[in-house]
Design a protein around this ligand. Sequence first.
Ligand code: ZN
Length: 279
Amino acid sequence: MDRLLFGTGGIPHSAKTKSTIGGIERIAELGLGCMEIEFVQGVKMGEAGAHLVAETATKEGVKLSAHAPYFINLNAREPEKIRASQDRILQTARIAAICGAESIVFHPAFYLGDSPEKAYNMVKQYLGETLRQLKRENNRVWIRPEIMGKVSQFGALEEVLNLSTELERVAPCMDFAHWYARTGRFNSYQEFTSILLQIKERLGRGALDNMHIHVSGIAYGKKGETKHLNLKESDLQYIELLKALKDYDVKGLVICESPNLEEDALLLQTTYNALLKTD
Ligand SMILES: [Zn+2]
């Protein structure tokens, strides 16, 4: 990736048709650069549809990523639930590859009362099996565990960085809103840059050149995230975040998950471009 692109998590509200293709066309019309296809309720797109999506994205110059179904728990008690979780990651990666997406994002697991170490070993083992299958299929999509916003969810920054270090073709989905909601910290320029430095130290400069970022406004309580908000209704210091991304020359996709989707994606993009011009 040669720069930072901004877009929406799902089809923009102002798209003429509520389809992935309609969404991509609207992203291009708005002057945004990317869109995350939301397979969160299941992968319902077929191969023929995915080829059409790829054609449209290439024609419109829009980069794509995909979000796997929510119903994934690699730390489930029942073996069949783990297998179903692995299948959902595989289905997402297969269709995403046909769509021309370079990354898929997923919510790895719940602790279910287990120690973080025990959950980590489960996630690592079952994700590892899934990755080996994708390798056999020559699927080169980046598999990105997301930084999660609730303390009951596996997906602390260190956990995702450890998986990214230990497993090939795994990289973080750095959700800054979730990490803020989970910790009650990491909402200042200094703290944002400390995260970027940590990523660079653990994974190398290449990770900052190929980042996948989620941003939204957010509300949180003792247990972490309660809901997503629009940026201007939230105290997420998005201008400080954009400054940190600019100063560390971060490249890749920034996916906006505020309820107003494209409005905040455009706000982020406009603010970032203004920061670039002040150099
Ligand atoms: Zn997510």
